[in-house]
Design a protein around this ligand. Sequence first.
Ligand code: ZN
Length: 341
Amino acid sequence: MTDGPALDAEATVEWVIEQLEKNPPLSCFISFVGSLDQDMAERVALQVRIQALLLRDTHPWMNFARLRQVIFHHDYEQGIRDASADRPLSPAPTKEAGGLSIGMVFRSGDGVKLVMDEAIAKGLLSEVEKHRDLAVNALRHELCHVHDFDLKLGLMEKHPDAKGIAGFGSYFLPIAESLWDEYFANKYSCGPWTDIHQYSDFLCEVIPTIRADVIAAILTYRVSHDLAALRSVAEAKVRFIAQCFGYAMGTLAATGATLKEHSSTLESCLIKFDLLLAWDACFAALEALDQKRPHWDSVLELKQLIPPCVLLMTAFGLNYRPIVDGAYIEVLYTKEPPPQT
Ligand SMILES: [Zn+2]
């Protein structure tokens, strides 16, 4: 459909029906736990299939073959617990302030499951355009995660030894993964339904709070010398910032704008908190990695994101340097005074 002449509405509907029958993008169950009646559930399920089809039409390399089940649940967290009962540890939705999660993709055997809050299903049926757009954006974002999982699981099957990473890199791989995952999902789900300033505005809100949390942990460390406690705070907080960088950078990459054109407020915020260097390094590394994506050899290609993530950590006051079997962590001097004891 992409390359052909503009089709009128009737021809588009015919094309959608034909594609859904002959070459469906999804072959999994779509189930509902909550308040939707059967007619509403069927309309939502059709919407999910149509959005997957349109995504695949725009990006013909997209593949949802490993998607085993889509679940809409009125109690989203319960939905995740139920759907992941076969896993030793349930995946946890984002709990960071403001980082509300309404959809999650996680591994289940050799495939993946997608759990979404019933609010997305209701949004897809809404009469209000803004609510529909939000729901379409969230659904497409999750479907992009499904494709990304498909790519990574395929690479892991091809190279089973390249699943993990030891030593210095292991401190940063989860941060690099968060950065990549959200960049990829936002970059390829972006469209007229996307609120392109949502995540740059969100970053401006969270950076000062997260910065204050990490500084507080550093100041506590100056008295306690409990490096494990400092690490657990700093690594989780910086991972959340990397996740938010990923959201904002994905949208920025999709629009093709420069940071200044996109949001001078965000640019000023990054400068104020000494984050611009790390931002530029993360963005350049993500774009280079995405260019190379069709030729990835293993999931460890993500290691290329580690140096910019180290820069990001340094900007928050912790300088990690590789040593033989791990990292030497220098806690940098901060302007803020130590707490009164
Ligand atoms: Zn996401």
